[in-house]
Every structure is written in structure tokens, then in C-alpha cells.
Design a protein around this ligand. Structure first.
Ligand SMILES: Cc1cc2nc3c(=O)[nH]c(=O)nc-3n(C[C@H](O)[C@H](O)[C@H](O)COP(=O)(O)O)c2cc1C
Length: 106
């Protein structure tokens, strides 16, 4: 990206160009050339697929859902329900919230 691209990206991030996240992605994606764009943050499988099929991102990242669903990939693949993460157990203490989430039982 050149300086002009960075300035427009900065304005988009600040919300000055309108369009929210969708507008931001539309602005930056064409500037990336062959560089893959990974988006993470509050994504569902459906939203991730929409953004990928719209050509706005290349890959979707999942964070909290991976903590509370040890079999997240299988759950997304099969449309199984996701276990919500317990935020109170984030950032340490003991094993709670890290090794006690059960895999999906069909
Ligand atoms: C417990 C926890 C710790 C995280 N720590 C970091 C971190 O140290 N640095 C970072 O860049 N992102 C961190 N993240 C953000 C994740 O890398 C990821 O971008 C984010 O969780 C994706 O959003 P999602 O959880 O809504 O899927 C953390 C997320 C969680 C849930």
C-alpha cells in the first residue's frame, strides 16, 4: 500500500468514509493484490461465508468459539450448535474454561 492508501484506510477505520466494516473491506481488499485478507471478530459461519463469497475476505478467523468448542471445525462443517464461551474463565486461573468444554454429542 502507498501513503494515499494508508490515509484512506485510516479514514475508513475512523469511520469517516461511511459504510462501516463492509465499506472498509471494499476499500482495502483491492489494494492488497495477492495478499490474503483474514478477518476475525464476532464471525458466524454464515457471515464468514457471505464475506468470502462476496470477495471481501479470503479467510475467516475464530477465537472464542475455538475455546468453547474443541471440535469447532466439525461443528461448523455439520451445522451442529456451538457452545457459548464463558468469558469469566478467560485469562487464566485454572483449568476451567480451557479443558472442560465437551465435544458435540450427536
Ligand atoms: C481469551 C482471549 C485472548 C486473546 N488474546 C489475544 C492476544 O493476546 N492478542 C491478540 O492479538 N488477540 C487476542 N485475542 C483475539 C483473538 O486472537 C481473535 O482475534 C478474536 O478472539 C476473534 O474474535 P472472536 O473471538 O469473536 O472469534 C484473544 C481472544 C481471546 C478470546
Amino acid at each position: 500500500m502507498n501513503q494515499d492508501s494508508f490515509e484512506r484506510l485510516d479514514r475508513a477505520v475512523q469511520g469517516e468514509s461511511g459504510g462501516g466494516l463492509f465499506g472498509l473491506l471494499k476499500q482495502i481488499k483491492p489494494k492488497l493484490g495477492g495478499t490474503a485478507l483474514i478477518l476475525a471478530g464476532g464471525l458466524s459461519r454464515q457471515r464468514a461465508e457471505e464475506l468470502i463469497s462476496e470477495g471481501l475476505i479470503d479467510l475467516a478467523g475464530f477465537g472464542q468459539a475455538f475455546i468453547s468448542n474443541p471440535d469447532l471445525v466439525a461443528r461448523l462443517e455439520h451445522g451442529w450448535p456451538l457452545t457459548p464461551a464463558d468469558r469469566d474463565t478467560f485469562y487464566g486461573g485454572d483449568e476451567r474454561g480451557y479443558i472442560d468444554y465437551a465435544p458435540h454429542k450427536g
